[in-house]
Design a protein around this ligand. Structure first.
Ligand SMILES: Nc1nc2c(ncn2[C@@H]2O[C@H](COP(=O)(O)OP(=O)(O)OP(=O)(O)O)[C@@H](O)[C@H]2O)c(=O)[nH]1
Ligand SMILES: [Mg+2]
Length: 328
């Protein structure tokens, strides 16, 4: 989703540049002319390869500036916008140095007085290019690690009416998202399965809705929250038109109800403007006598009713006269 292409290691980039350069040749009548022009062509080729390859990462920066609030804060949470810019800055520095060096040595090689001199200039330039690229090896590695995280940042239309599903770990949030939408997040019988934001859609009366699955939240202060929990908070803050807060009164999730209740109180306090539907899941296992809506995400029981209620809340919240976005 996020526009950063695959990142090579320093060695892979060096190999790629030299492999391409090996194919570049120079035409000429004499051996000397061919050697000169050949060396110059190879240096230009190295410069071009490094330039175009590294430019792709640097050009990811303006798209970073254009990110919406949700994506921007998610990038900040996952890798830090400053860190990302730092790596891109180092990579751009290298790109510039290599381009200048290659241009300079292509000119030198073009003026060489013998084939041997042309070769010597080229070899020296290859060495310096390799060492410049090796210098940014750690930056490339770091960018590759960042990319692995950023690739999962979903592309979300902020205008689309959105239900965010939240709650303690292992209560069945992902199962619920599977039950009501096209989303296929992983479901597993242990906590902390969901590590990022997953989205699904569904359509009702020609309107398309977004359902967002979030990593489980523990009842603890914001500063203690790990990166996964913080992603859930970012989704709640920027995306939720309505929150479906899932409880697991069977407590098979491993967390007692009083803790789950405390988390609800905190979510309510943190997002005072967002309506919250309190829903008890896993009714196939146990059913409390609370007045909350009850579902079984596993069997599907009650899920449609929760979605209906969520849509009613969203429609009530939409400003009068503002139509909900329609499906094309
Ligand atoms: N019996 C029963 N099990 C359920 C129900 N909903 C979910 N589960 C089970 O509960 C476990 C956790 O479900 P998930 O959907 O992965 O829970 P989650 O809230 O997304 O968990 P995290 O991603 O770790 O926060 C899985 O074994 C599910 O099959 C339900 O309605 N009934
Ligand atoms: Mg999950």
């Amino acid at each position: 989703m996020f526009p950063i292409p695959t990142v090579p290691t320093a060695q892979e980039l060096i190999d790629k540049a030299l492999r391409r350069a090996a194919k570049a040749t120079g035409k000429g009548l004499t051996r000397q002319e061919r050697a000169r022009r050949g060396s110059a062509a190879k240096m230009n080729s190295v410069g071009d390869t490094v330039d175009t390859t590294l430019k792709k990462y640097v050009e990811a920066v303006p798209s970073l500036e254009r990110l919406g609030d949700f994506q921007r804060e998610l990038v900040e949470t996952l890798v830090g916008v400053g860190n990302l810019k730092h790596e891109l800055g180092a990579i751009d520095w290298c790109r510039n140095q290599v381009v200048r060096l290659c241009r300079h040595s292509a000119r030198q090689a073009g003026r060489a007085t013998s084939p041997e001199e042309a070769l010597r200039i080229r070899k020296a330039a290859y060495g310096r290019v390799s060492s410049l690229i090796r210098q940014i090896g750690p930056n490339l590695e770091s960018l590759a690690a960042m990319r692995a995280k950023l690739i999962r940042v979903p592309d979300i239309d902020p205008e689309m009416p959105t239900i965010v599903v939240a709650g303690y770990p292992n209560v069945g949030k992902s199962q619920f998202v599977r039950a009501v939408s096209s989303g296929k997040p992983d479901v597993a019988p242990y906590p902390f399965t969901t590590k990022g934001i997953n989205v699904g859609h569904f359509e009702r009366r020609y309107t398309r809705y977004l359902v967002v699955d979030t990593p489980g939240l523990l009842d603890r202060p914001m500063e203690k929250r790990n990166a996964n929990e913080r992603q859930a908070v970012v989704a709640l803050r920027h995306l939720a038109d309505v929150i479906v807060f899932l409880f697991d009164p069977s407590e098979t999730c491993g967390y007692p109800m009083p803790l789950q209740e405390r988390l609800l109180a905190e979510v309510r306090e943190a997002f005072p403007g967002v309506p919250i539907l309190e829903v008890e899941n896993k009714t196939d296992l146990s059913r409390s006598d609370s007045p909350r809506q009850k579902v079984s995400a596993l069997t599907g029981e009650g899920c449609k009713e929760v979605v209906d209620e969520a849509l009613a809340v969203i429609t009530r919240r939409a400003p009068a006269g503002a139509p909900l976005p329609r499906v094309d």
